[in-house]
Design a binder for this molecule. Structure first.
Ligand SMILES: Nc1ncnc2c1ncn2[C@@H]1O[C@H](COP(=O)(O)OP(=O)(O)OP(=O)(O)O)[C@@H](O)[C@H]1O
Length: 613
């Protein structure tokens, strides 16, 4: 019965032999072959269970498994021959062959392959593994460790180009040298053998008792190759159970200039706008972070939110003179607008585009001198000084059903913000649009309410300001002008991308989860290029007469751009250098597409507000 259908075939010795033919003298396969031969004798006698056993042992999967096992056993014993010398010989022979048949495409191809860097790298990797020279050679552990030193741990680390990734300090009371912190991603952390709080007893056989941390560092710096630490382990190794947090640096930090940092070499310098991954917040004063632009490197020390804020305040008060509104000096430079002239309607446009009144940009620049604006917007303007030094951010990907993100263009006067915005809207007016501004001035005969402006009373305008529904506004010739949140929303609700220009000091007002703005800074290129590209361009002045760019204008633009970047760079999601108008337009289109369709870092509050609502 057991022999029945499946085991019906009589044992065939040839078959058995074939199955082990690749390695006849080999271990398990050989044994299996012999067992099968024995079993075949009983097979014909119909001994109970033999057929089942025979079929089992004869099954291809078992034989394949045993073959793999045998191959691996063989590999373990075998010393692989380096392939590089063979390849060199082959290469030499190929060159010889080519002398005889220089036109042979196959040989040419073979030579190219042998000389290709990736092929050489592959051979070199093979040889490294074949010779098993990838394992660090650790010295044998000392065998004369006294019984009383049971609580000791011997840690051997092989020093390479990277720092060890640990900092040490002296215990204030006992004078012991302790591991102060283990840096994430560093050698010590990856070894899993050293912990913050471990007491250092010896380094490379030298006792550290009574030494200063600097002297221990010196011993370490002098050591080459393997470093052996003898440590008394900390009783409760700290566990980092914190979640990773990502932040945008709203200020810059240079460890080399910070006398308070516990270990300067372990500091992580960063600039405004850098996205940092905070990997450890265990210490209330010093966090560990790495830049997402450089994820492979080990983490570094950065001041905690609390500490950095304190440092900013101290720095602020240590300055000999600070104007009361932190941006006042800069604002005066932005609003270089001397006399009031008549408001000016843009001309030369193929079709009407709202929000392109020259007065809009001019009046906004002037507006920051007005007491009304100062009282409402001071908090935002002072952000750089007293605001949070880190802003928590998350990755945000706009879903196709979501409204488009507001696109904000920003740049020094004359750089081409309006020109680029105009070109963008003209390129695809059904996709890009400006918001229709509000004004308190009376409507002219040729104008239409809701086309050039929304014409409202002063009271209505002011109530919009006080209820924070105005994104930006200013006064011009006794009338108020501005762009409201609702005007922007109207464009977005229509399924279009709203593009607006903004003065940098208004940036905080638009940064809401409602609009999720993507800020693009338009930057002038260097003087030499600007002189060339702006040869025929005209500055739009406060007067009717537009003037050619003078060298001073270009220089002023460059200086202003630098100041804007220094002061507001943390808010810029993208920077475009407007040298060739054609290239700048192409970059603008591509940046806007990415902003709408690819994941971007945005303030975490924008997203949590989404969840709540
Ligand atoms: N890349 C460029 N190459 C040549 N000319 C340019 C370029 N970009 C802008 N211009 C020209 O420079 C002049 C000023 O540009 P635009 O009005 O857009 O500046 P702006 O940044 O909006 O400043 P403002 O608000 O003070 O006018 C315009 O004549 C414009 O056509």
């Amino acid at each position: 019965m057991i022999q029945s259908d499946k085991g019906a075939d009589p044992p065939d010795k040839k078959d058995v032999k074939l199955s082990t033919a690749t390695n006849p003298q080999n271990g398990l396969s050989q044994i299996l072959r012999l067992v099968l031969q024995e079993l075949s004798l009983f097979y014909s006698r119909d001994v109970n269970g033999v057929c089942l056993l025979y079929d089992l042992l004869h099954s291809p999967w078992l034989q394949a498994l045993l073959k793999i096992y045998d191959c691996l056993q063989e590999f373990k014993e075998k010393k692989l021959v380096p392939a590089t010398p063979h390849a060199q010989v082959l290469s030499y022979e190929v060159v010889e062959l080519l002398r005889e048949t220089p036109t042979s495409p196959e040989i040419q191809e073979l030579r190219q392959m042998l000389q290709a860097p990736h092929f050489k790298a592959l051979l070199s990797a093979h040889d490294t593994i074949a010779q098993k020279d990838f394992e660090p050679l650790l010295p044998p552990l000392p065998d004369n460790i006294p019984e009383s030193e049971e609580a000791m741990r011997i840690v051997c680390l092989v020093k390479n180009q990277q720092p060890l990734g640990a900092t040490i300090k002296r215990h204030e009371m006992t004078g012991d040298i302790l591991v102060a912190r283990i840096i994430h991603g560093g050698l010590a952390e990856r070894s899993g053998l050293l912990y913050a709080g471990d007491k250092l007893v010896e380094v490379n056989g030298v006792s550290v008792e009574g030494l200063d941390p600097e002297q221990v560092i010196h011993i370490l710096a002098m050591s080459r190759g393997t470093i052996m630490f003898k440590v008394v382990p900390v009783s409760d190794p700290p566990v980092n159970s914190q979640q990773m947090v990502y932040v945008r640096a709203m200020t810059e930090y240079w460890p080399q200039e910070d006398p308070d940092i516990p270990c300067m070499d372990a500091g992580l310098p960063f600039q405004k706008g850098d996205i940092l991954q905070i990997v450890d917040q265990n210490d209330a004063l010093w966090w560990q972070a790495r830049k997402i632009s450089d994820p492979a490197t080990c983490a570094g020390l950065v001041p905690s939110n609390h500490l950095l804020k304190r440092k900013q305040r101290e720095f602020w008060w240590s300055q000999p003179y600070q104007p009361h509104t932190c941006l006042k000096s800069t604002l005066c430079e932005y609003c270089n607008c001397p006399t009031d002239k008549e408001e000016f309607v843009g001309y030369g446009q193929k079709f009407f585009i709202a929000g392109f009144r020259r007065s809009m940009r001019l009046c906004r620049r002037k507006s920051h001198l007005s007491p009304l604006h100062a009282s409402v917007c001071c908090t935002g303007s002072c952000y750089g000084v007293v605001g949070a030094p880190y802003e928590e951010v998350v990755r945000y990907q706009r879903r196709p059903s979501d409204k488009y993100r507001l696109i904000v263009l920003m740049g020094p006067s004359g750089v081409g913000v309006n020109e680029l915005r105009r070109q963008l809207i003209e390129f695809n007016p059904s996709h890009f649009q400006s918001a229709v501004p509000h004004t308190t001035r009376t409507k002219k005969s040729y104008e239409m309410n809701g086309r050039e402006y929304h014409y409202v009373s002063k009271e209505t305008f002011e109530s919009l300001i006080y209820s924070h529904r105005m994104l930006e506004y200013g006064e011009y010739k006794g009338h108020l002008y501005g762009t409201s949140v609702d005007a922007v929303q109207t464009v977005l609700v229509e399924g279009k991308i709203c593009v607006m220009d903004l003065e940098p000091q208004d940036i905080q007002v638009v940064r809401t989860h409602e609009l999720k703005p993507y800020v693009i800074f338009i930057k002038p290129s260097n003087m030499r290029c600007m002189k060339q590209s702006r040869k025929n361009a005209k500055i739009i002045t406060d007067y009717y007469v537009d003037m050619k760019f003078k060298d001073e204008d270009l220089q002023e633009m460059e200086n202003l751009a630098q100041r804007m970047e220094t002061q507001f760079g943390q808010f810029f999601d993208h920077v475009i250098v407007n040298d060739s108008l054609h290239d700048a337009c192409a970059q603008l289109l591509s940046a806007i597409q990415k902003a709408q369709e690819e994941p971007q870092w945005v303030p975490a509050t924008w997203i949590s507000s989404d969840t709540e609502s």
